[in-house]
Design a protein around this ligand. Structure first.
Ligand code: NZQ
Ligand code: ZN
Length: 389
């Protein structure tokens, strides 16, 4: 078991009606608020009005940044920093999904960045940064951005999508009822993202971080049970709540504590798909993951033990032929994604081979994939992309 540091300073209010804590969550930092949100779902669902009533009743001064795209752009970060600086904002309130939260984290850090080039900050400045306080209200279960310090920002001019560490939210309000309106497509994509956050760390060479492996398996089973229920019954509170609890813990680092870091190869490969083709993150992960699994199992059959454990403990598969079990676990995962309605090939998304080499080079930037569960070269990555066609 490896050393680890547990250092998560976020206060989480989980459950129905927890928006009642919004006033106090913001007020501890001041009364000048930048409210950030995406393309308008919060207006359609009525959440915007509910929040504005609380802010108006509380005498807060509110500035707004709307239109944050899925795969948030550096231009939105620049705009948000400008609003915060010009208006001496005390606290940022992010309302939405991972894209809004990530963009808001970058805004919070960008506020204090001494320099004009925020893309430079995102690309080059390592580690958590001095930041404005961030409060968030999450509306979709997927990324875990409500309980981690990371953010992923895109620069479509350079076809780059980069993850960076910014700041933890000070307060996250997680009310599963806000996810009732998430579409089937985004619900399925979110489920795939949660599962990927687990699988990226679960498939590790460390054999003895038992609590982490057990947490990981339970989170996977939680998603496997509840995602189909949420797809069939979007307003099933129990299913939505279990997905929200799972998403929050899955990307927090907790299910990886004590395990050797793997470099998260499927995320490295997926971020290139998003950077070049602006696709939905969870869909890219669902397409890549079973292909990556088959590739590494073939490349290095000594990793089979992990796939056997995955088949038995996650999918409940039985049998003595371990090679067969390993394959069946991967097949079960692929079938699960298909049954959730996720398009399962890159061809389905209109993606061809034209950028595979460039994407593989970026995915392996800094030799990042050499530390993966089974180390990957750029040639491996191109083969995996091809297997996804
Ligand atoms: O923009 P609006 O109108 O709000 O609509 C959004 C968007 O179209 C919609 N949506 C969200 N909540 C809704 C809703 N529609 C109806 N009802 C609701 N309650 O869903 C769409 C997707 O939203 P987005 O925020 O993009 O989704 P998600 O949470 O999956 O975030 C994806 C982004 O997060 C990054 C991804 O790469 C991607 O850029 N990630 C962030 C991570 C982190 N911070 O730790 C880790 C992840 O691995 C991931 O890379
Ligand atoms: Zn992800």
């Amino acid at each position: 078991m490896e050393n680890f540091i547990h250092d998560i300073p976020t206060k989480v209010y989980f459950g129905k009606g927890q928006i009642s804590h919004l006033d106090e969550a913001l007020r501890q930092f001041g009364t000048r608020v930048l409210m950030t949100y995406g393309g308008g779902s919060i207006k359609k669902t009525g959440l915007y009005d509910e929040i504005m009533k609380i802010l108006n009743d509380g005498g807060f001064t509110v500035f707004e940044l709307s239109g944050i795209d899925p795969n948030p752009r550096v231009e939105s970060v620049e705009e948000g920093v400008k609003i915060c600086r010009e208006n001496k904002v005390d606290v940022v309130l992010a309302v939405g999904g991972g894209s809004t939260l990530d963009c808001s984290k970058a805004i919070c850090s960008g506020y204090y960045y001494e320099g004009d080039d925020l893309w430079y900050m995102i690309k080059n400045v390592k580690g958590r940064k001095k930041s404005l306080p961030l409060v968030d209200i999450l509306t979709i279960s997927a990324t875990g951005s409500d309980f981690d310090a990371g953010g992923v920002i895109s620069n479509m001019k350079t076809n780059e999508k980069l993850g960076a560490s910014f700041t933890y939210p000070s307060v996250s309000i997680l009310d599963p009822t806000y996810t009732f309106t998430v579409s089937r497509y985004q619900t399925a994509a979110g489920a795939a993202d949660i599962m990927s956050h687990i699988m990226e760390g679960y498939f590790s060479v460390t054999p003895d971080s038992e609590l982490s492996d057990g947490l990981a398996e339970t989170i996977l089973k939680t998603v496997i049970k509840n995602a189909p229920i949420a797809l069939a019954e979007p307003e099933n509170y129990s299913a939505r709540a279990n997905l929200m609890h799972a998403e929050s813990i899955a990307c927090s680092g907790i299910p990886e504590f004590g395990k050797k870091y793997t470099g998260w190869p499927c995320h490295a490969m997926e971020h290139q798909l998003s950077a070049f083709y602006d696709i939905t993150h969870g869909v890219g992960l669902a397409i890549l993951t079973p292909r990556w699994m088959r590739h590494i199992l073939k490349k290095d059959p000594s990793c089979q033990w992990r796939f056997v454990r995955f088949a038995r403990n996650v999918w409940g598969l039985e049998g003595y032929d371990e090679a067969e079990l390993a394959q069946k676990g991967i097949d079960a995962l692929e079938k699960f994604f298909t049954d959730c309605g996720i398009p399962m090939t890159l061809t389905d998304l209109g993606i061809g081979t034209e950028h595979f080499e460039a994407m593989a080079a970026q995915a392996n930037g800094g030799g990042r994939l050499s530390g993966a569960f089974v180390p990957l070269t750029e040639e491996d990555v191109v083969e995996i992309y091809k297997a996804c066609l």
